[in-house]
Design a protein around this ligand. Structure first.
Ligand code: MRU
Length: 354
């Protein structure tokens, strides 16, 4: 199985997703600035993968501060804020940084070596938990998919967007592992083409039948009865169940409603932000105009034209049939079902040895 993020002997390895599908190149990241650059430029992307990569960025930053003998508290804040400024929408990034900060606070009075060990152990745990969460989501979510269905996906939600296995694509994977003949229709996902470049590549690598369509084709295929469900991931889910995900997701959800097709969201609880009452409060990243005016470096829009390039949109909760998490499936009303999944979860403490 593809591993988008890996940690080996003090080095963070990622697959450089800007080069796919033309080249599969692993990149070694050895300092936190490199991790921040990789997140910002989307060499590593997808909410869960961003969170885990950032956690290792903290480990690399802490190691550097200790090696250089710099003032730890001040420099550590710099590391956290450099990583926090990379991408604003995926809450997994802030969730991971908060978790690392708590481990540091518990370790403040320990030796530098012990603190570094505790930070590294926590990041490794996050990496392992991500795979477990994806597999659990797969088990819950696959029960919603029927044998023979064709399922629409948007963006990339597979191994590449996580540590491995995937969220929404993980559910499809799990259904196929359970013996169901599920086919994928992948929206190309303009402007960064995560569907055409990444989902299609992953599906081909792993033998999942996949057809890429232009984003604008989805509704028409639904009308023709060629899609039985849509399943997407999320970058942040508010307390009321509003879902921020890749731009274009809202249109998919509207088309599903119009054709009475279920619209499922698969995301770990680390993507759920109970501190936000609704999707209106979710910060939406705006990316450079060149992502719209150019394709693979070739200009396609006239010079001087105005561009607006929000990277995400918010799908209102009333369009979401169910939210699949690693703790079970949440149904409306989400104000009740989402918090109750958190209550069931054991309160997580990153136990350090003291
Ligand atoms: O801009 P990206 O490629 O990082 O956006 C990714 C998505 O929108 C995914 O759907 C989301 O992060 C969930 S991935 C498991």
């Amino acid at each position: 199985m593809i591993k988008a993020v890996d940690w080996q002997e003090g080095v963070l390895w990622i697959i450089d997703q800007t080069l796919l599908p033309h080249r599969v190149e692993r990149r070694a990241l050895t300092d936190y600035r490199g991790v921040a650059e990789a997140i910002r430029s989307m060499r590593v992307r997808g909410a869960p993968a961003i969170g885990v990569a950032a956690a290792f960025g903290v480990v690399l930053g802490a190691r550097e501060i200790l090696e250089k003998g710099e003032d730890f508290p001040q420099k550590f804040e710099e590391v956290l804020s450099t990583l926090a400024k990379t991408r604003p929408t995926a809450v997994n990034l802030f969730w991971a940084l908060d978790r690392m900060r708590r481990v540091y606070e518990q370790s403040e009075h320990r030796t530098p070596k012990e603190m570094l060990r505790a930070l590294e152990a926590t990041a490794v745990r996050m990496l392992e938990e991500d795979i477990q969460a994806n597999r659990a989501m797969g088990q819950y979510g696959q029960q919603l998919l029927q044998d023979g269905w064709t399922v629409l996906t948007h963006c990339n939600t597979g191994s590449l967007a996580t540590v491995s296995y995937g969220t929404a694509l993980g559910v499809i994977r799990a259904a196929r592992e359970a013996g169901k003949e599920i086919k994928v229709i992948a929206d190309e996902t303009r402007p960064r083409l995560q569907g055409a470049r990444l989902t299609a590549w992953e599906c081909l690598e792993e033998g999942i039948p996949c057809t890429v369509i232009a984003d604008g084709a989805a509704a028409s295929l639904m009308r023709q009865g060629r899609i039985q469900a849509a399943i997407v991931g999320a970058d942040r889910i508010a307390r009321n169940g509003d879902v921020a995900n890749k731009i274009g997701t809202y249109m998919v959800a509207l088309a599903c409603q119009a054709h009475q097709i279920p619209f499922y969201v698969a995301a770990p609880l680390s993507t759920v932000d109970l501190s936000l009452a609704s999707g209106e409060e979710i910060p939406i990243e705006e990316r450079p105009p060149e992502e719209i005016t150019h394709i693979e470096g070739v200009r396609i829009a006239p010079e001087g034209v105005k561009v607006y390039n929000p990277a995400f949109d918010v799908t209102p909760a009333e369009l979401v049939t169910a939210i699949i998490t690693e703790r079970g499936i949440a149904y409306p009303p989400y104000e009740k079902s989402l918090p109750s999944l958190f209550e069931q979860a054991n309160k997580r403490f990153d136990r350090v040895p003291w």
